[in-house]
Design a protein around this ligand. Structure first.
Ligand code: TXA
Ligand code: MG
Length: 391
């Protein structure tokens, strides 16, 4: 994990307009000084991301968190901040929640994709907070923030380890431990990578839009509906009234830049419900005796064996429990996720990367539609090219 010295070096890289891949509790981000439009543009260049896609601004936590401190922080970046935003910040920050609010005038267009709103998040990972605090201390401005999307090439699977980030960007990013104090970044190197270990949550933050006068969930994440309802139920009517939030609706819509096909592996990904697994395995077992050549898996395998090359495995991603409960035909490469939904979220992207490296066809078993399972289903659907509403 990144040392204090590496974090100081990364602060210098940011101050010079460079990029820093930073661990957060959700996924790794690719960060730049949010107030430096040239630096922000470098993020888009490196990712190959269309410039109309807005970035989340990551903020340092107040030294002594309190409702007034959260409000002050929000009001440095946003206007018309509703009481519910302060409530949500108090409850969930630092943490895996992004709030969309009406932007303050100074937020660069490069960050917001020229929208009149801005996405704000205070990440909880200690390395991210150390980087944010170090950068804030280094800069003369009273407000500092880091614009950061996930640290993957556009449309790819989000990274949950420093190695994933390195795999995405190769020589364009240098491990922070390889950088010498006082020496500039080598030619053609856009920035450095801070290692913070594997991301604890493993999928991106819950995004909530409060800019329209009611609450909309733009992206499900680790913070689920039950938790949001609990906070809303606690917020006094009198504070909600006049903001339009009294009749707060929970609505899921598509955020700009949220394409149907996203978080995508190279291999073909097919999704099945838990109850469909036995039938799938049975069908491919019959295939080996040559009986049912109509099955999709069969066709895949037959075409490959016809080409007289070694059989590539068909990867199957599911919980350890589920995979252990079934006898797998030999062509299946099991990729086991943990038992709890939290562990499944944590391991999901690494599992997709592994499956993508080892197979041309991937089956993934969808988790139940509850808690963070909703967010896992959302990401799997997008990875499979089906971006239906998860709620
Ligand atoms: O967990 C996360 O949110 C990670 C870590 C690094 O913080 N970040 C992340 O960023 O997932 P990114 O850029 O990959 O996804 C951010 C999403 C985009 O789909 C974008 O459309 C949406 O947030 N977004 C950002 N600002 C917005 C805005 N002003 N209005 C609507 N959507 C916005
Ligand atoms: Mg992303």
């Amino acid at each position: 994990v990144a040392t204090a010295a590496e974090i100081s070096l990364a602060v210098e890289v940011l101050a010079q307009g460079g990029l820093v891949a930073v661990p957060t509790e959700t996924v790794y981000g690719l960060a730049a000084d949010a107030l430096n439009p040239d630096a922000v543009r470098r993020i888009f260049e490196l990712k190959g991301r269309p410039t109309a896609h807005p970035l989340i601004v990551h903020l340092p936590a107040p030294r002594e968190p309190s409702a007034p401190a959260w409000r002050e922080l929000l009001e440095r970046w946003a206007v018309d901040v509703p009481p519910l935003a302060v409530e949500l910040a108090s409850e969930f920050w630092p943490g895996p929640l992004t709030l969309i609010l009406r932007r303050a005038a100074h937020v660069p267009d490069e960050v917001t994709g020229e929208l009149d709103t801005v996405g704000l998040r205070v990440p909880g990972h200690p390395v991210a907070q150390a980087l944010l605090a170090g950068f804030a201390a280094r800069q003369p401005e009273s407000r500092t923030g880091l614009a950061a999307p996930s640290a993957n090439r556009f449309g790819h699977i989000s990274p949950t380890t420093a190695q994933h980030v390195q795999d995405e960007f190769g020589a364009s990013l240098l491990p922070a431990q390889d950088l010498r104090a006082g020496s500039p970044l080598p030619q053609r190197v856009a920035g450095v990578i801070l290692d913070g270990g594997p991301a604890e949550i493993g999928i991106e933050s819950t995004i909530i839009d409060l800019s329209q006068g009611w609450l909309r969930i733009l992206r499900p994440g680790a913070i689920g509906l039950e938790q949001l309802h609990a906070v809303m139920a606690r917020t006094p009517e009198s504070e909600l009234r006049g903001t339009g939030l009294a009749e707060a609706q929970l609505e899921t819509v598509r955020a700009p830049g949220m394409l149907d096909l996203h978080y995508a592996p190279r291999a073909e990904l097919r999704l099945i419900e838990e109850g469909e697994l036995a039938a799938l395995l049975e069908a491919s077992r019959e295939r080996s005796s040559g009986l049912h050549a109509h099955d999709d898996v069969n066709r895949h395998i037959l075409s490959v064996s016809a080409a007289a090359v070694q059989l590539p495995p068909v990867a199957i991603i599911a919980s350890r429990e589920l995979l252990n409960a079934h006898a797998l035909p030999r062509c299946f490469l099991p990729i086991r996720l943990g038992a709890s939904l939290q562990e499944q979220a944590r391991g999901l992207y690494a599992a997709l990367r592994q499956a993508d490296a080892e197979a041309d066809l991937i089956y993934a078993v969808l988790p139940p539609q509850a808690g963070i399972g909703i967010a896992i289903r959302d990401r799997l659907r997008r990875a499979a090219g089906r971006g239906e509403s998860p709620l």
